[in-house]
Write a protein that binds this ligand. Sequence first.
Ligand code: FES
Length: 265
Amino acid sequence: MSDIPKSVKILDIVQENSLVKTYTLDISLHGKPGQFCNIWIPRLNEKPFSVADDDGKVMKFSIAEIGPFTQELAKKKVGDKVGIRGPYGKGFEYKKGEHLVFLAGGYGAAPLYFLARQAGEDGCEIEFIVGARSENLLLYIDKIKKLKNVHLHIATDDGSKGYRGYNIEVLKEILLNKKIDHIYTCGPEIMMKKVSEMAFEKNIPAQISVERYMKCGFGICGNCVNDGTGAPSCKKGPVMSNEEVRKLKDFGQYHRDEEGMKVKL
Ligand code: FES
């Protein structure tokens, strides 16, 4: 782990869908699925992003263009440099050989893809549900199809690809028909709140990626503290067990912004 930003070259940029690009950086910080790094653009700012891949040689980050920082990042070309520090936080964990279900909404598919690649190689069987509003916003579909021991399920709100409706309905169906050992989810918090409730009702353990406004990344600034437990998400999370998540008062209700003000979901 490095707390001092390292300057690294962008080796490759791939447009994944209408909103998301994957940046390959010329560095490995030995990041794990579910952990995050802060990417820094000199004279602008730095922001945390989930590790989408780290093979020991290069790292990948799949980033949606949704604000001033990511719009500036989107102007970068192959060969340009950015700063990076991390990785931070707790990632996902699994036991070899288990039957798992992954529920990804939006760009939550990227860290779960990284996890599925490792878990599939380790003999886990994985039901991987990817959901988005419509087909053009689905992420990593071709990559997931190629993974070992992974069965892909697609849901779109408008029915343009796969099941028409919410991915949570596909999860419900899978839990009715298959014996699942563990549930993993990453994506919009309203969706993950439903997963948390469903996992609790079915008495199946779950791991949930709780995103908060991260600044320092290592438990000092207090910006990412969760209401209910007072635990910093950057240290206790972002990935938490469902037991931990169920103690959070803010989960599925509101976030806190840069100034610590409540923002309703
Ligand atoms: S980001 Fe600073 S305490 Fe978590």
